[in-house]
Design a protein around this ligand. Structure first.
Ligand code: GLU
Length: 301
């Protein structure tokens, strides 16, 4: 089957160097296999959407020479799909409504794992109505879920012990990223997911959810995060600088180096399209380092 990859930014602000690295890695991985590369705007968490950020992201990608296949998919157009798959999980008894607030769980002494509070399953047997409650996936039977990442190797997580029953739809009716990403990857025919290493643990949740929904799992490749000078992951929350269109090729060359590729320094004086062309022709995913040297040029902020 031909490769279909995707880039899936959240429109909570403009792209920064870390998101450029994720876009570039997923682009090269798909295009080097002569595959398709789709663009999805992950605006499922509508209160966090910054107005106009989606258009800015499209302009950024264009200025950096990226071309995507087909129309851009917006998660805000997918709510009916998410509702339908949530309904299926309900029918199969795989999820349930929950009335516990974070505060109550804290007061009960709920432990924390790599993804935050571990939900102990208090409401599993309460049969609460879905309306006005959060909906959680029952992980009691999950045990250890693992996969072989193309950069990080074998990775596994014991879901009931380390994560607990995770939320698929919040009490305020907002669908969780986990449900949205699994449904969208399936419906868009994505068979190779390339994204930041901060989502390694999340992938175990996604694989369990794919199993519950009868979807096949894509191949996964997580890429090393870009940290700022303080060693903290570049993100909109930590005030990373938006990518600067005037230095597109220079930033693409730096992003390629972050990914363990070896572009010649002269390439930064070429057009972004030529840098991307070089990157696809010379793409070597085996050289992507699991740990990135602190000295990488990050255009941080
Ligand atoms: N929307 C997520 C982000 O911007 C990416 C999720 C994914 O690639 O699966 O961090």
């Amino acid at each position: 089957m031909p490769t279909t990859g995707r880039f899936a930014p959240s429109p909570s602000g403009p792209l920064h160097f870390g998101s450029l690295v994720a876009a570039l890695a997923s682009y090269c991985q798909a295009r080097a296999q002569r595959g398709r590369w789709l663009l999805r705007i992950e605006d499922v968490d509508t209160p966090r959407v910054v107005s106009g950020a989606d258009q800015q992201i499209l302009r950024d990608l264009e200025a950096f020479g990226f071309t995507w296949d087909g129309p851009v998919l917006y998660q805000s157009d997918q709510f009916e799909q998410y509702r339908c798959y949530l309904e299926k999980l309900f029918e199969r008894g795989a999820c349930y409504a929950c009335e516990c607030s974070r505060r109550i769980l804290r007061e009960q002494g709920a432990r924390s794992g790599p993804l935050g509070q571990i939900y102990p399953g208090n409401c599993r047997r309460k049969n609460l109505p879905p309306a006005g409650h959060s909906i959680r996936l029952n992980t009691a039977t999950a045990n250890t879920v693992g996969f072989v990442d193309q950069v990080y190797g074998a990775f596994e997580l014991n879901l009931p012990e380390s994560v607990g029953d995770f939320v698929l739809r919040r009490a305020d009716d907002i669908f969780a990223y986990h449900l949205a990403v699994v449904v969208d990857d399936e419906l868009q025919g994505i068979n190779e997911v390339v994204r930041g290493a901060d989502l390694l643990e999340n992938t175990c949740l996604h694989i369990f959810l794919q199993q519950k929904l009868g979807f096949s799992s894509p191949r996964y490749m997580h890429i090393p995060l870009v940290n700022n000078a303080q060693g903290v992951k570049l993100s909109k929350q930590t005030g990373a600088n938006p990518i600067d269109h005037r230095q597109a090729s220079r930033q693409l060359v730096a992003a390629l180096r972050h990914l363990g590729q070896s572009p010649a320094a002269e390439l930064q004086h070429e057009s972004p399209e030529r840098v991307l062309g070089w990157a696809i022709n010379h793409w070597d995913s085996v050289s992507i380092p699991a740990l990135q040297a602190a000295s990488a040029e990050t255009f941080g902020g």
